[in-house]
Design a protein around this ligand. Structure first.
Ligand code: ADP
Length: 954
């Protein structure tokens, strides 16, 4: 194959110039163009040099692993010390294959040399910085750049060398072949010479013979011939003719010999040319060797630089590692600070609580003491006191009623009146009267009067977590000594079994709606020990006679009517609540109605608290619909009031409650943060940020009485953390009832109880079912969906794929009793929500010893702490969590849970015991949104503390 190598080596270094485009145009840019014809032959010279070169090349190959390409190659080296490497195209290879002798173009030498020197300087500059002895003087980035340039240059130089060596080899090979040919020809020549010499001798002989013959002929002519002489003559003649033939052959040989000589001369010429060519190549090689030495030096510096680079990289890595460690330490420190802070806070709160209890006890004992009659005063004292009171009455200093109260106190020998008399014995009458009158007006209030107005209340009217919270929070506040009342609609589909002493009051409540007054019946009864008012509107639309709680076409109308009727009830009953607590969009109307209509009417003792349990549902409607309940649409359809942030011709009930309430809460700190972002706020983030001072996220808890495996009557067997045999029996029971296989007792059972709505990650629930099966578990889903296509899809799976399946059961309905059994039977409980304001099922699951597997979002993030997360103190780790809302996330957490369950049953059991004990002491709570360390918090109802209600009153 023809090879063209365009090369220029100078004593200072190397520059390989000439681009493919230049080469195509002319050879004049090339320093040397070696072309060879395989037919040529010349003497073999510098054989050992060639071998040296080959050896070096092999070394070079090893060292640099240079890819040897037989393709025609051009190198371009521009003035920015960048080598560029181009493969010639085929046409160029062909054009390069023609030619005979090395060509040196003297015109281009000086320019190219200058260019080469510049380029060479550039390489040197790139490879060997001025301060070569001190690599540490380099800046790491420069070094890396230099190293990269040097490596590139070395690579290209090596390619050039390899190609030069290949060329030289080929030239030397051809020389050798030429030399062989010449040797053969020279031998032929010598042979021909010898033959010519023999022929010449023969010729001389022939001439002598001829002379002899002539002589003999003459003699014969003179002497007459004898027979002998005649025969001798004939012999001579025949010899002569032979000799003459030889002579003619000789002349042929001479011609041949001449031809050969010409050939030899031609070959000699060729040989000389080839020798010159080889000499040039050897010079090139010598220069190449010098360059090699330089390259070696450069490589040494490169190695040095590399070592430095590596060490500086190591240093950098080490630094980064150290910084990471420091960051980690700082984070840990911060966490432990926060932890300490939370403990301190907890401690302070306990101290405060203790102080409160102490004060209560003191007051109680004081009260008791006050209630005890004063025995140690003579009757004379009491009689005198009675007379004083009567005197004040006659003198019109006190009213009859006051006198009556004071007389009763005297009759009872009440300590307070005794103390008051003693205190004002020395004072004037006016002061004494004032002191006594204070006794009649003093009233001691045991707590706050809190009225919840809501659309749900467990267990009578429960759709989801809202129902649980209203009942649980009410009960807990009641336990703390507050007067709690609940107002809910009287639905036809309520669980009436759970209402005690239900009766209709003998009153008719009239409330405004759609421009007129509508009557409502008011029912009362107790649910879980709480006093509940049920409002039954006598409206022609039969608002709450629909066979379902929520999800009606006219929900906006139904619940705006209910909100107004509930306030009307409070007003007409003369109640003076301290707190009116409304929940979710259905009763969000209470806040603007209260301040716009009912406070002016005299229901003005209360402050309004609004809790949003899910910002996905905001109760929006065309603005005109707001007018039905009596609110002034023109006043409220404003960006800073109730106008919907996304559709300006609509109004937004939740926004109205955020704007008009004294305090706004949501159900977990993480969710409170999430809804303040554009992604999580469902369009309300700007409103929430504007009202951020009154907006707080408080983690829900569960009603530890309603959800208690030790007393739960829905269960086949009650159990507790110290006796888990009962849990195993419940598992066995549910398997039997649902027709699941009981062949393997240890096969883990995964539970899921949920509304099947997109928020809950329905596609991930579906995936979890299949993955559980693959992992060798069993899955029970209890859920129903208000979204028809979701309900249908799950029904399809239940009926067509998993009907009578040994390990999977999908129960697509709402069933409170079954939900208790599933919590008790399951080993794991999955909640892969896309977002989750709080979520109660993870807490209930833990209470029943089922380990939660949840996505890290909202309240799930605030209540489930991964067992493998070492940033969380071990004692708080209670489940499995994953971040990415996809199948991989589910798989990861599910597999980790299965792994612990199957490979470490003891650790699993410890985890179960831990979460059961823990949740029975209290639910988790974050003290602040920044604090990622949870702390224990006594069950539901503590969330909205007295302090927070107090802040409403101030
Ligand atoms: N199909 C069902 N049958 C019985 N209870 C259910 C069902 N679906 C959900 N629940 C219950 O509803 C409550 C759900 O509360 P939560 O986790 O806060 O979710 P959400 O309020 O968003 O529905 C839990 O008490 C759960 O047990």
């Amino acid at each position: 194959m023809a090879v063209r190598l365009t090369t220029w080596f100078v004593s200072q270094g190397i520059s390989i110039s000439g681009s493919s485009s230049n080469s195509k145009r002319s050879n004049s840019n090339s320093r040397f163009s070696f072309h060879y014809s395989p037919a040529s032959s010349c003497k073999l010279r510098h054989r050992n040099l060639s071998c040296n070169c080959v050896n070096k090349r092999q070394k070079l190959k090893k060292k640099n692993a240079v890819e040897q390409s037989s393709a025609t190659t051009d190198f371009q080296f521009n003035s920015d010390d960048d080598f560029q490497f181009n493969k010639d195209d085929d046409s160029e290879s062909e054009s390069a294959s023609v030619g005979i002798a090395p060509v040196l173009n003297p015109e281009s030498v000086s320019d190219d040399e200058a260019h080469a020197n510049n380029a060479n300087d550039s390489i040197s500059n790139a490879l060997v910085p001025s301060d070569q002895t001190n690599p540490s003087a380099y800046n790491t980035q420069d070094l890396v750049g230099m190293i990269r340039n040097a490596e590139k240059n070395i690579h290209l130089l090596n390619r050039a060398r390899v190609n030069a060596l290949q060329d030289l080899d080929k030239i030397l090979g051809e020389k050798e072949a030429l030399q062989g040919e010449m040797n053969a020809l020279e031998m032929k020549l010598a042979e021909t010479d010898a033959r010519i010499r023999v022929a010449a001798q023969e010729k001389i002989k022939v001439e002598l013979l001829g002379d002899q013959l002539d002589k003999m002929r003459n003699e014969m002519r003179l002497n007459g011939g004898g027979a002998e002489r005649e025969s001798a003559l004939k012999e001579l003649e025949s010899k002569l003719s032979v000799s003459q033939e030889d002579v003619s052959k000789l002349s042929n040989l001479k011609v041949e010999c001449k031809g050969l000589w010409e050939k030899v001369e031609n070959l000699q010429l060729l040989l000389d040319k080839a020798t010159k060519q080889a000499d040039q190549a050897i010079i090139v090689l010598q220069q190449n060797q010098e360059i090699r030495k330089k390259v070696d030096k450069l490589e040494e510096s490169l190695e040095e630089a590399n070592v430095y680079k590596q060490s500086s990289e190591k240093m950098q890595q080490y630094n980064e590692l150290m910084q990471q460690k420091i960051k980690l330490m700082e984070e840990r420190l911060q966490k432990s600070d926060e932890e300490i802070h939370s403990y301190v806070q907890l401690y302070q709160e306990s101290v405060e609580e203790f102080q409160d209890t102490l004060n209560t006890l003191k007051e109680e004992s004081k009260r008791r003491a006050l209630d005890e009659p004063v025995d140690d005063m003579p009757w004379e004292f009491w009689s005198r006191l009675l007379l004083i009171i009567d005197g004040w009455l006659f003198e019109n200093k006190i009213s009859i009623d006051d006198a009556k109260v004071l007389r009763e106190m005297v009759w009872k020998r009440d300590r307070r009146i005794h103390d008051s008399y003693m205190a004002c014995k020395e004072k004037n009458v006016h002061e004494a009267v004032s002191t006594f009158l204070r006794l009649t007006s003093s009233q001691t209030s045991p707590g706050l009067h809190v009225v919840h107005i809501a659309a749900e209340m467990a267990p009578v009217a429960k759709v989801g977590g809202l129902g649980d919270v209203v009942a649980g929070l009410g009960k807990a506040l009641q336990k703390k000594g507050h007067l709690v009342e609940i107002v809910i609609p009287k639905y036809d589909c309520m669980q009436y079994d759970f209402v005690r002493d239900l009766r209709a009051l003998d009153v008719v409540l009239e409330s405004y709606f759609d421009g007129r007054l509508f009557k409502s019946k008011v029912w009362v009864g107790t649910v879980e020990g709480l006093p509940v008012y049920f409002i039954e509107p006598l409206h022609p639309d039969r608002f709450f006679w629909r066979g379902q709680f929520l999800g009606e076409r006219d929900d906006f109308k139904r619940f705006s009517f209910f909100s107004r009727a509930a306030l009307e009830l409070l007003l007409q009953s003369g109640k003076k609540p301290d707190i009116i607590h409304c929940h979710d969009w259905q009763t969000a109307f209470v806040a603007p109605l209260y301040w716009d209509l009912y406070a002016p009417k005299g229901l003005n003792s209360a402050r309004i608290c609004f809790t949003c349990h899910n910002f996905e549902y905001q109760g929006t409607a065309p603005a005109s619909e707001l007018g039905s309940c009596g609110l002034d649409v023109n006043q409220l359809k404003r960006p800073d009031r109730m106008q919907d942030n996304s559709s300006h011709d609509r109004i937004n009930a939740v926004k109205g409650a955020v704007v008009f309430s004294n305090i706004v809460t949501t159900v977990s700190p993480t969710y409170a943060q999430e809804v303040r972002t554009a992604e999580g706020g469902h369009g309300l983030h700007s409103t929430l940020n504007f009202h951020s001072k009154k907006f707080i996220g408080i983690l829900n808890g569960i009603d530890a009485d309603a959800w208690n495996p030790a007393t739960d009557t829905h269960l086949k067997v009650q159990y507790n953390a110290n006796d888990l045999q009962g849990k195993a029996e419940n598992k066995e029971d549910i398997r039997r009832n649902l027709g699941l296989s009981s062949a393997d007792v240890r096969r883990p059972l995964v539970g899921c109880i949920t509304r099947l709505v997109p928020q809950k990650g329905v596609h991930l629930i579906r995936h979890a079912i299949y993955r559980t099966l693959e992992l060798g578990g069993q899955f029970v889903l209890l859920g129903s969906s208000p979204v028809h296509h979701i309900q249908r899809e799950f029904e399809g799976i239940a009926n067509h794929i998993f009907e009578n399946h040994d390990h999977i059961r999908l129960i697509l309905k709402y069933d409170d009793s079954l939900s208790h059994s599933i919590f008790a039977a399951s080993d794991m409980f999955i909640i892969p929500s896309i977002f989750e304001p709080c979520g109660l099922t993870q807490m209930i699951a833990m209470r029943y010893g089922s380990i939660p597997i949840v996505r890290k979002t909202g309240g799930l993030n605030d209540s489930v702490f991964d067992v493998d997360d070492d940033t969380i103190p071990v004692q708080f780790r209670n489940g499995y969590s994953f971040l990415s809302a996809d199948e991989r996330g589910v798989n990861g957490a599910l597999e980790r849970a299965f792994d612990l369950y199957t490979s470490k049953p003891d650790s699993w059991q410890q985890l179960v015991e831990k979460v059961m004990k823990w949740i029975s002491v209290g639910t988790l709570r974050h003290h602040s949104t920044k604090n990622s360390t949870p702390s224990l918090w006594p069950e539901q109802g503590q969330q909205l503390t007295l302090k927070q209600y107090d802040s409403l009153l101030s």
